[in-house]
Design a protein around this ligand. Structure first.
Ligand code: AMP
Length: 508
């Protein structure tokens, strides 16, 4: 592979070599878990090597896919590193997927090994047999047939930066979900970029309360700490009381916006309680500017918001040193280029103009698994990845996301960017948050519709709200209807599921 700028100075030839050559002492403490177990980096690395042996014994060959649907545990993370060490391709699946959904992924990916919770073993036996995969089990406290077979370490496979380390299926809110192929180079370059951009050192202690079947918890949080030599407080789930208790011994929290809204509801959240923390990072879904401001007022910490996706890992980040601007996702990370382009012609657009966000860099995935057509559709002729996110870049370089292109509402031939309407609604008294979406309309094609959640105790008046919006927005952008909900439908990463709203309110 041609030396690229990001790896020009590295002696390591793959992710496993990088992990052992960086971040200091092998004996350093690495993972402390809420089940009482802890692992030094050397112990974690040895565990990964033994799990690689168990996979090999189950019939896996380098280049094979290892599909994994297990609860969060240190072994679940070590299993990814087992794949890195053994030359296998890690394929994590959301624990919420039903057996029927797993059947699709297994049929598409044809793994040679399927690792599941003991409870799932029976229901997936015939699916695994259909693709001749061996089924192994892993529970959330380190038991199961996978670990029983992990009796000795294997020698590392000599993978290259171009070899695949993982396939992550996208959440697929429209149509079938697609497998994003991520190479050793993709993941290494991004982790190194984040260590640099966020100034991680061996002194860092991260509170890890994210799921590990998704890029955020699996790669962004874990790899950054692993390559910086820092330590992880590994929690099986997010709990505000638990996070508050950990803060005096931690330096960083990486979370989805919901973590921060929950922490803001915690009466213990003060300057003193967060004094030991160095950095609060948010991503995977938009952080409301109001949450940013409220957190800052309460703790003195400006949350650092960043933007990424399964296909690219992280693309942009607000600065570590410098203004962390609420409502924006900051600047491109080191070695990554970001542009806003005309969605039809892909010509770059000037600053302050809305368009399609496109990305180029060593972080960008190798394409969709067994789907060359979709891969070709999502790249421009000159190699930019078309993210599907709409946004703009300010004159001083900050990127703002206005939403997914497929969430754009087209009404009477006019484009309405939901974010523009949502920001106005969110600023109204009594409104906690909102989601603007389109529903089919016989005259306009789509009608702008808003779902809103009231602040505790507030009463919202639909007619008065629409009248206020009229004073600020062209008539075609104003919601025809405002629906008050108890809460917005969200997935596990905190993303508002607009497809669910569209489906629920169509024709009503
Ligand atoms: P996923 O592939 O599940 O990580 O989802 C990626 C998508 O989440 C992106 O394409 C964006 O639409 C959205 N996203 C991620 N981070 C942010 C952010 N900071 N602000 C707004 N949207 C975000």
């Amino acid at each position: 592979m041609a030396m690229t700028r990001w790896n020009a100075t590295l002696a390591a030839r793959n992710l496993a070599e990088l992990a052992t050559s960086r971040g200091g002492e092998m004996e350093r403490p690495f993972l402390a878990c809420d089940d009482g177990r802890s692992f030094s980096f050397a112990q974690f690395w040895a565990l990964a090597g033994r799990l690689a042996f168990a996979l090999q014994s189950a019939g896996a060959k380098p280049g094979d896919r290892i599909a994994v649907q297990v609860e969060k545990s240190p072994e679940a993370i070590a299993l990814f590193w087992a794949c890195v060490r053994g030359g296998y391709i890690f394929l994590p699946l959301n624990t919420a997927y039903t057996a029927a959904e797993v059947t699709y992924f297994v049929g598409d990916a044809e793994p040679s090994v399927l690792v599941v919770t003991p409870q799932r073993k029976e229901s997936l036996a015939s699916v695994a047999a259909g693709v001749k995969a061996t089924v192994l089990t892993l529970d959330d406290v380190g038991g199961g047939t996978l670990v029983e077979g992990a009796t000795r370490e294997v020698a590392d496979h000599p993978s290259t930066w171009e070899d695949l380390a993982a396939i992550l299926y996208t959440s697929g809110t429209t149509g079938r979900s697609k497998g994003a192929m991520l190479s050793h180079g993709n993941l290494a370059s991004n982790a190194l970029a984040l260590v640099e951009a966020w100034a991680f050192t061996p002194q860092d202690v991260l509170i890890h309360a994210l799921p590990v079947y998704h890029t955020h918890g699996l790669f962004t949080a874990t790899n950054t700490l692993l390559l910086s030599g820092g330590r992880i407080l590994f929690r099986r789930k997010f709990d505000a009381d638990d996070v508050m208790r950990l803060m005096p011994g931690a330096t960083c929290l990486m979370g989805v916006p919901t973590f921060y809204t929950r922490l803001l509801q915690h009466e213990g959240l003060t300057r003193a309680a967060t004094a030991h923390m160095r950095l609060f990072i948010s991503g995977s879904a938009p952080l409301l500017a109001e949450t940013h401001r409220a957190f800052s007022a309460c703790t003195g910490h400006a949350i650092l918001e960043r933007y990424g996706m399964t296909e690219t890992s992280m693309n942009t980040s607000n600065p570590y040193a410098g203004e962390r601007r609420a409502g924006t996702v900051g600047f491109p990370l080191p070695h990554i280029s970001v542009r806003v382009a005309d969605p039809a012609s892909h010509a770059a657009l000037p600053a302050e103009t809305d368009g399609m966000i496109e990305v180029k860099g060593p972080n960008v995935f190798k394409g969709y698994w067994r789907n060359p057509q979709k891969t070709a559709e999502d790249f421009t002729g000159d190699g930019w990845f078309i993210t599907g996110d709409m946004g703009r870049i300010s004159a001083d370089g900050y990127v703002t996301i206005s939403g997914r292109a497929k969430d754009l509402v087209i009404t009477g031939g006019f484009n309405v960017y939901p974010k523009e309407v949502e920001l106005l609604i969110d600023a109204m008294p009594g409104v906690l948050e909102s989601a603007v979406f389109g529903v089919p309309h016989p005259d306009f094609g789509e009608a702008v519709t808003a779902a809103v959640v009231a602040k505790p105790g507030a009463v919202l008046d639909e007619t008065a709200m629409i009248a206020t919006l009229r004073q600020h927005l062209a008539a075609f952008k104003c919601p025809k209807r405002i629906i008050v909900l108890q809460e917005l439908p969200r997935n596990a990463m905190g993303k508002v599921q607009k497809a669910v709203l569209r489906e629920r309110w169509k024709g009503k």
